[in-house]
Design a protein around this ligand. Structure first.
Ligand SMILES: Nc1ncnc2c1ncn2[C@@H]1O[C@H](COP(=O)(O)OP(=O)(O)OP(=O)(O)O)[C@@H](O)[C@H]1O
Ligand SMILES: [Mg+2]
Length: 248
């Protein structure tokens, strides 16, 4: 089943057009990767899909024409931005609680409180490091822990579709591997993921389907297994393998 369908989407900032007729889709339980150079419009695409920017073209979610950002959030679409806007003076726990706010508001009262606690237990289950640091203020977390908190906070909203903008940005390889492992876990739990990544190798390994975005247009797309064998993708995004050298 198609969860998210984007057809002929254009968007930009005032007169500066950034996206020119982008078409893509994400099916249930799928990870879809978007790779492309700096400035290609990847972040703009996430924002336009989310309804945070004026756009032309069609976006639909679960068969309905998408509304504004509130409409998207209510239906379980959550964006985790590059900047990982956390409340740095607040504790890990309080940040998570805020992520669950919309769920709490929908079910209200005691039942909402129970749901909140069970979501938080789930998040701590996925990220034991956050449980150990639940009372620490978000501003004192390491980069990797912050990214985990940003993901954890998104999970508190019980998403159906996560839009992840460069979750591995600036993180050490070991932490990147952790984050990608979690992304796999989320997919296994039934959450669909639209993943923007500079780390094309890891993204194409993890995802089912991939899109290459160049200058605001889809230059290439297909199953990741096919993209990963594409000569242009290898040359531009995966780096040429050194001949005769053992690859690591
Ligand atoms: N708020 C803004 N106002 C005007 N132009 C913007 C704004 N945000 C982004 N742009 C421009 O839109 C283009 C696409 O930017 P975008 O951030 O979507 O690229 P990106 O693919 O996410 O790049 P990166 O890999 O560096 O994150 C760039 O030329 C950028 O300068
Ligand atoms: Mg970006």
């Amino acid at each position: 089943m198609t969860l998210l369908a984007v057809t002929d989407l254009s968007a930009g900032y005032g007169k500066a057009k950034v996206l020119h007729g982008v078409t893509l889709s994400v099916a249930a339980r799928q990870i879809v990767a978007i790779v492309g150079p700096n400035g290609a419009g990847k972040t703009t695409l996430m924002h336009a899909v989310m309804g945070l920017l004026p756009r032309a073209g069609q976006v639909s979610f679960m068969g309905q024409a998408a509304g504004d950002v509130g409409w998207m959030v209510q239906r379980g679409v959550v964006l985790v931005t590059e900047t990982r806007a956390l409340f740095t003076d607040m504790s890990v726990e309080d940040n998570l609680e805020l992520g669950g706010f919309s769920v709490w508001r929908q079910s209200r009262g005691r039942q909402g409180g129970r749901e909140l606690r069970s979501s938080m237990a789930d998040v701590f289950d996925i990220f034991p490091r956050l449980a150990e640091r639940r009372r620490q203020s978000a501003g004192t977390l390491s980069g990797g822990e912050r990214q985990m908190l940003a993901l954890g906070r998104a999970l508190m909203g019980q998403p159906k579709l996560l839009l992840l903008d460069e979750p591995s940005l600036g993180l050490a390889p070991k932490i990147v591997a952790d984050i990608f492992r979690v992304i796999g876990t989320l997919r296994d739990r039934g959450i669909a993921i639209l993943l923007v990544e500079q780390n094309a190798r890891a993204a194409l390994q993890m995802a089912d389907h991939g899109y290459v975005l160049e200058m605001g247009r889809v230059a290439l797309h297909g199953p990741c297994s096919v993209l990963a064998e594409d000569a242009r993708v290898i040359e531009t995004y995966l780096g040429r393998k050194r001949e005769g050298a053992a690859s690591s």
